[in-house]
Design a protein around this ligand. Sequence first.
Ligand SMILES: [Fe+2]
Ligand SMILES: [Fe+2]
Length: 237
Amino acid sequence: MKTVSRSSINHLGRDVSHLIPAYDDVPGMITMGERDTLIWQLATPYLQTRDNDAHTLYSYGIARQLLRHLPDADEHIVLPAIICHDTGWSTVDEYDAFQAIAPDRDGSYDWAVFQHEKEGARIAREILSEAGLPPADVDEICDIIDGHDTRLTALSLNDKIVKDSDKVWRVSPHGTDVAMPRFGLTREESLRINGLRAYGNLFTDEAKNMSLALIAVECMDMSPQMMELRESGRLND
Ligand SMILES: [Fe+2]
Ligand SMILES: [Fe+2]
């Protein structure tokens, strides 16, 4: 677990550290377990294109929270799938990948999207077999990865959660950040472009609620009222 130093400022003037709950006692606080850490380590070499490594970690966190509210899903399928889902981009040239995901794409680079899905399923099979997952689980995970972007229907609840976690990331601070320089957008334009797809295309109400909360925080962060606070020096950035 990462340790960070405590603030050197204490306006209260008393030590309250004995009241801080244990990490695992707080709902929603997560760390990667042993199985997922191993899969992550095996997947990392395939996630170093663009921001896919960070995208994967944030999507993993979103999937973990969705699983809390969707107990009928199987975390043994969802979590390895989300870690491996974009490994196939490692086989696509970065220029081609940008063309394939650009807001004004015309379909001529769709082959790259299909390739990252197919190759992702192939790479995932190698990674997950090496990690010792049961063959039936590996089959289900690879079926989810092959089509995670282009298949408009979901195969199962597990598939829905993988798809939703991938898309909710778009309205996370990281998702908004990375789209700005990619496509020459302001922060607000980036949120508008990503926000539409991170709501209308979601399968589960739980993901829609998560998406709305992230969008709301971002909107307030960019609001004229918050800008005023920043300019007045009353808000610490
Ligand atoms: Fe993808
Ligand atoms: Fe993704």
